[in-house]
Design a protein around this ligand. Structure first.
Ligand code: GLU
Length: 253
């Protein structure tokens, strides 16, 4: 299978912006193993701004554009350094691709992006994609990596998109506010009722939330690609997700 896996900032890093080392190690180990088993994996990783916050010892996620872009420049470097080191341990080669909305809206640039990803996959490399936060502005940005990963999944004709998050999946109500909220294991149709289950942004370091995840589900499932939201706190769950077992919420195509 060709699988796009997206990991969010709140899963990769602690609230301090510092890396969750254990988690990243088991993520890289599991993805390496899935690659060894013959799957083609494309990783969409957030965490550039979050890790920049940690490395620059900023008190919080910056709100102004220059500091955000500076934090992204620092954090992206750290992020790829970590991925490179950890995947190398399992003999896998990472390739960094940074894109903005313009790269997928412009037909010629979109084609080149896809050709590069396909060539990297042929060469056995692991594309690690993020928004090019250092140069992207609100006008040209995709804006969040849930949407970006759905765009990537449709661009490369993926068989499955997996969003690893700090939440187990889609709930019948906000589980942080309502203790009677129950996990919805399968969504066959993105009805208006389902779309209203999305709340606001999920964490202080990341950008996404359930709204962007449901938007991603709409993009993917509309193009025939199923999507799963699963809790990323134990990356070994990826084995079950890939095996089609019930983990988190599966949005059928
Ligand atoms: N591109 C951002 C980063 O790497 C994350 C965007 C998101 O959290 O969706 O920090």
């Amino acid at each position: 299978m060709r699988i796009v896996i997206k990991i969010g900032t709140s899963t990769l890093a602690y609230k301090t912006g510092r890396l969750n080392i254990n988690l990243m190690e088991s993520l890289c180990k599991t993805i390496s193993d899935l690659k060894n088993a013959g799957h083609e994996i494309i990783l969409v990783s957030s965490g550039a701004i979050g890790m920049g916050v940690g490395k620059l010892s900023l008190a919080e996620r910056p709100k102004d554009m220059p500091t955000k872009q500076a934090a992204a420049a620092v954090g992206q470097c750290e992020l790829m350094y970590r991925y490179d080191r950890l995947f190398s341990e399992y003999n896998h080669t990472v390739a960094q691709i940074l894109i903005t909305g313009e790269d997928v809206e412009n037909e010629e640039r979109h084609r080149r992006f896809r050709d590069t990803v396909f060539r990297l996959l042929e060469l056995g490399a692991l594309p690690v994609i993020n928004e090019n936060d250092t140069v992207s502005t609100a006008e040209i940005a995709v804006g969040d990596n849930d949407t970006l990963s759905a765009i990537v999944a449709t661009s490369v004709n993926a068989d499955l998109l997996i969003l690893l998050s700090d939440i187990d999946g889609l709930y019948s109500a906000d589980p942080r506010k309502d203790k009677n909220a129950t996990l919805i294991p399968t969504v066959d149709k993105l009805t208006d009722e389902i779309m209203t289950l999305a709340g606001g942004a999920g964490s202080s370091l990341g950008t996404g939330g359930m709204a962007t995840k449901l938007r991603a589900a709409k993009i993917c499932t509309g193009r025939g690609i199923p999507m799963v939201i699963a809790n990323g706190s134990r990356p070994e769950r990826l084995y079950d997700v890939v095996a089609g077992k019930s983990v988190g919420t599966r949005f059928n195509a």
